[in-house]
Design a protein around this ligand. Sequence first.
Ligand code: ADP
Ligand code: MG
Length: 322
Amino acid sequence: MAFAVEVENIGHCYGELRALAGVSFTVGDGEIFGLLGPNGGGKSTLFRILSTLMRPQEGTARVGGYDLLREPDLVRRCLGVVFQASSLDLKLTAEENLRHQGHLYGLRGRDLQQRVELMLGRVGLADRRDTACEKLSGGQKRRIEIAKGLLHNPQLLLLDEPTTGLDPLARREMWSYLTLLRERDGIAVLTTTHLLEEAEDCDRLGILHKGHLAALGTPAELKQEIEGEVLVMEADAPERLRQGIQERLHQPAQVIGRQVRIERAQAHEFVPALMDAFGPQIRSVTVARPTLEDVFLRRTGQRWSIEAMGEAPAATAAEARA
Ligand code: ADP
Ligand code: MG
């Protein structure tokens, strides 16, 4: 398989702060690859590096076979970029925004017009070509951004948190567009996300935590590393409960916050024994199939729900201008 992207040992610091360390992975042609991580994980930093806005301090990458450091112009030809912050001129129409983008890539005349028509059709907005972008819905604006990114016919589309701010319906719609692009045009997609349900829909995932790639694989592969089921108990005195379970039932368990957590095959069959022995100490019990949240916990020792909170960093000036 040819690789749309090969990332090799990329590292980057902002002053004292290490934002990326030894990150390596590949994205195959026509693959939808997700970089999943909580805020501050390093996703946007990697994104800026791959889109050639910033040079990595360590390591390199190839995009479409071209070296990021030695051939950045050729790399830019191979990739389309959709930044986290909007890049549309809201006063201009959908078509005008696309024409401006085309000029940046040296497209003119009939070529440009054909490309613009094609892309408006691709994102299902041919009938909104003369609408000022400020009048489009959030989901439609995002689709125009994608059309912009695809105008020069790249092999790879880079997206930074493309569904931020969209409602669930627009989010699903946007995602089915990405899938369609991949299926119809064989375009590879590298997208960042901090949403677990979005990550589930990627062909492969890298989990980026504190600048390190904490996991790499298909969603199914990652979840398979957790055997059986996940049993979670809420308790007022979780450490006491964990000790009791260890001593009386010889079952290892983990305390996370107010929860006691057990991973084991057929965990549901273990519930009666737990309730018989420790009922008064247990507020609730849930048993579930492993999720990516469990994978994150297993790989990082931290809970996703706590890590993923916090404000998204403001887009950089360079992103806002792009
Ligand atoms: P993510 O996109 O996953 O939220 P970022 O790549 O934006 O992560 O940030 C990774 C880390 O680098 C964070 O700790 C963030 O505060 C820091 N950081 C990001 N951009 C800058 C910058 N321009 N200057 C200094 N620190 C930055
Ligand atoms: Mg980010």
